[in-house]
Write a protein that binds this ligand. Structure first.
Ligand code: GLC
Length: 824
């Protein structure tokens, strides 16, 4: 019966997809080119059907295509995702032939065929096609393709179709419950609250309409900057075609030339924003539960952590810290002195993060109720009048329906209202409200439910006539849903920045749109405590990293359902190297803190948490690289080995930076597994055994051991064991040297104060270290460091790891200037 049911369900789903895809090929095509206007940065093409296509050269490797159908391009040109608009126009040319218009930069040639209008991005040197239209840009002129989002005012469907290479691979699209390579996949973007999702569930929480194509080793990127419900088909409906489209808005996309994926990620970060560095303690271990209360329970969790000698930096307060789920308040019985609590935990090295949901309790005041006048309303009773609701109403910052009625969804507090975060003043107000947390010693903010979730209806139908100001455009939910979380996180980040200018903000979000990395880190929402969900961690984290979101993680152990000691250990063996490492559990779930399954499992978890802290110098250096270059910390192998097709579909291993390869066990009862090592020398982290890469090897993986390998040629910097960031100085720093075939190795170490934004003004230290074999010993060069940050005098140790038996260590004092060190 079940089988039959799921078979017919699959059939219906299949039909729905095919129907859509067919619709795309049946859509009306843009008319042929009949005129051309050259602008400073590109061209505007006029088409026979009054359509217009604007091609803008932003950089030699970044080209924007914008089309309007049957009408001129609109004056307004605005996107919440874009961080950089003032590009210095690079050298470029345009020429016309009888059948084409050809724009060229030093890297890319955009050949626009006039009739039918087809865009082909080619390599400027070889003239080979990189990415070409399979059919002209298309739109739904008749309006026959009824938008799925029920909003007739949304506009018309727009789409672009691209040729699909026989061996082309696809990566990106942000948060998808899917494998790494998206080839043959079909995806929808419509931010959705999807608890307990499993592989194939789509859409889930986030929208990042950016993908990378990899064809014969060469990569390009496409960012379809359209916040309406969008669709991406990587060859699901047709063997020849990739298409992407949206249920409204403009056909507006950016083409990124590779050929390297790292270069594309770098440009994508320039365009949509670089992730600022979070405080270093964000890399510490974090613990959460829906919900720890009262304050004594919170203290007990921290006490357990310390008594058990388990590292911990952050504890999360989920929704029950509030007065009846009123955001920007504390429950006076459960948390009579949040500041006192923060100070107490602070002395143990633990910081508090509070959850802040978008739903503001709808609380029209009884006429008799007096206004709360306390300077700290977050601590005063709010059951008569609720200051956040009052102020928001008075300032008219809440969302309304088209009819003018206040929009009242249902979330945790029951009836609630949402802020119109497209209003700059409303964002400022929301940001300022965080004084309630900052004044009480709260260190970071967790934004949840910001799809935005509405218990009355999760499809968005109930919100479809909700208007947002949207820069005066007064647009509907169809356009604004997918950017709601981005703007809420922005308000939060900017508020924290203003309230505590000497500290880096720390924000975590569930939903997102492209550009989110400027404001927030993220986690993958309400996952299951299951082996399948664990296996999804790696493709999800690496995919997010390939989509411009480097700071990612998942509820360690899974959120929903009953876990086990084995599952929890294996889950830590993935997450102890993810930027965000937080154990979290649903309200009615079984306890899951590291010690809950007994000492055997707890001891293993301790080993990995301690290793994470020892690796902090390495992790932080790699995180800074993500900030600066857009290349993520948690990487699929393909990012480091783009020329190796064995990595294109490999998503049960990952790398941290360039040097550390991890192959976790993702199934129960296994004590060994196959690991693929790319070409080159590799060292088993645990045994130091040397391998020649380029093939699969079988390795032991008992429960207390996750297979880890260090790339030959790497130097891994580690610090002392610690229980929280800042407990000890990074003294000594040990550089473990893993020579390559030629006996050389090198690395970079990045350091700063870990807390303030001073690194943006050059207050950091970047040291480069290189080692080469000389006879039986090694010569190490420590170059004069870059930057003005001074970590103080400390010890540096150099250890050659090539031969564990004869390992040699040399210790020197670090004076911050160039040094030559001999290891005999
Ligand atoms: C959502 C969040 C989850 C949180 C819960 C209660 O389900 O995803 O992490 O615990 O809400 O706030």
């Amino acid at each position: 019966m079940m089988k039959q049911l799921s078979a017919s369900l699959l059939c219906v789903l299949g039909l729905a997809i095919t129907a859509l895809a067919q619709d795309v090929s049946r859509m009306d095509k843009i008319g042929p080119v009949v005129g051309l206007t050259k602008t400073e940065k590109g061209v505007v093409l006029k088409c026979a059907d009054e359509s217009q296509v604007q091609i803008t050269i932003l950089a030699p490797d970044l080209i924007r295509v914008r089309a309007s159908f049957a009408k001129p391009l609109p004056e307004k040109d605005h996107s919440w995702a874009i961080a950089k608009v003032d590009w210095a126009t690079p050298r470029w040319t345009v020429r016309e032939t009888t059948d084409s218009v050809i724009l060229a930069t030093d890297e890319v040639e955009v050949v626009v065929k006039r009739s039918p209008l087809l865009v082909d991005f080619r390599d400027a040197r070889t003239h080979e096609s990189i990415n070409a239209d399979e059919q002209p840009m298309a739109y739904d002129a008749s309006g026959a393709l009824a938008p799925v989002q029920f909003d007739p005012s949304a506009g018309r469907f727009v789409a672009a179709s691209k040729k699909l290479g026989f061996d082309e691979h696809f990566y990106g699209l942000g948060e998808k419950a899917a494998r790494l390579d998206k080839r043959r996949g079909f995806f929808i973007n419509w931010n959705s609250d999807t608890p307990g999702y499993s592989e194939g569930k789509d859409p889930i929480y986030q929208t990042i309409p950016f993908y990378i194509g990899l064809n014969r080793g060469n990569a390009y990127g496409i960012f379809f900057d359209n916040s309406y419900r969008s669709y991406f088909d990587f060859g699901r409906s047709s063997q020849q075609r990739v298409w992407f489209g949206a249920e409204g808005g403009e056909l507006n996309y950016y083409f990124f030339n590779g050929p390297s994926i790292k270069k594309i990620l770098n440009r994508y970060a320039d365009l949509t924003g670089h992730m600022p560095l979070p405080p270093m303690w964000a890399l510490g271990n974090q613990q959460s539960r829906w919900s720890y209360y009262p304050d004594t329970m919170v203290e007990e969790v921290v006490r357990q952590y310390r008594e058990r000698d388990l590292p911990l930096d952050v504890l999360h307060l989920d929704i029950d810290y509030m007065q009846g789920y009123r955001v920007f308040t504390f429950d006076p019985k459960r948390f009579p002195s949040p500041k006192g609590l923060a100070e107490k935990l602070g002395s143990e090295g633990v910081k508090l993060v509070t959850i802040v949901d978008p739903g503001v309790k709808y609380q029209p005041q009884p006429p008799s109720a007096a206004r709360v006048t306390s300077p700290q309303p977050e601590l005063a009773p709010q059951d008569q009048r609720y200051y956040v609701f009052d102020e928001g109403m008075q300032k008219n910052y809440f969302q309304h329906r088209k009819s003018g009625d206040l929009f009242i969804p249902r979330v945790w507090p029951g009836e609630a209202v949402f802020v119109d975060f497209t209003l700059p003043d409303a964002r400022r107000w929301w940001g300022d409200l965080h004084r309630a947390y900052v004044d009480n010693g709260i260190a970071g903010i967790w934004n949840d439910m910001n799809e935005p979730s509405d218990f009355l209806d999760q499809t968005g139908k109930n919100q479809i006539d909700v208007i947002s100001n949207d820069e005066g455009e007064k647009s509907t939910h169809a356009k604004n849903r997918n950017v709601f979380a981005l703007l809420m996180a922005r308000a939060t980040y900017e508020g924290l920045e203003k309230l505590r200018p000497d500290r880096r903000p720390y924000v975590i979000t569930r939903a997102a749109y492209a550009g989110i990395q400027r404001y927030s880190t993220m986690w993958t929402g309400d996952s299951n405590s299951s082996w399948d969900a664990l296996a999804l961690n790696i493709p999800m984290f690496t995919t997010l990293g390939l989509s411009g979101e480097p700071f990612v993680g998942s509820d360690v152990g899974g959120f929903i359902g009953r876990g086990s000691g084995e599952l929890l250990v294996r889950s830590y063996q993935v997450s102890f190297l993810a930027p965000f490492c937080r154990n979290h559990k649903v309200i009615d779930g079984y306890d899951q803190e590291p010690w809950r399954f007994g000492k055997y499992y707890e001891d293993i978890i301790r080993k990995y948490l301690k290793l994470r802290y020892q690796l902090l110098p390495f992790l932080y250096t790699t995180l800074e690289e993500s900030h600066r270059t857009g290349v993520p910390l948690f990487r699929p192998l393909l990012l480091n080995y783009q020329d190796d097709p064995n990595t294109y579909n490999l998503d049960d291993e990952f790398m941290v930076g360039r040097d550390l390869l991890v192959a976790p066990v993702l199934k129960p009862d296994l004590t060994s597994r196959l690991v693929y090592l790319p070409k080159g020398v590799w060292y088993d982290y645990w045994t130091n055994k040397k391998y020649q890469g380029g093939s699969m090897i079988q390795v032991e993986a008992p429960l207390d051991m996750v297979p880890m390998f260090i790339r030959g040629g790497a130097i891994i910097p580690t610090g002392p064991e610690m229980l929280y960031v800042g407990q000890k100085r990074f003294d000594p720093i040990t550089f473990s040297i893993y020579p390559d075939e030629t006996g050389s190795a090198s690395t970079t170490l990045y350091e700063d104060d870990g807390l303030s934004p001073a690194y943006k003004q050059g207050a950091f230290r970047r040291s480069t270290i290189a080692a080469t074999r000389v006879g039986v010993g090694y010569a190490v060069t420590l170059n004069a460091p870059e930057g003005s940050y001074d970590p103080g005098l400390r010890e540096l140790r150099f250890v050659v790891m090539s031969d564990r038996a004869a390992r040699k260590t040399v210790t020197v004092k670090d004076s911050g200037s160039e040094r030559k060190i001999q290891i005999p």
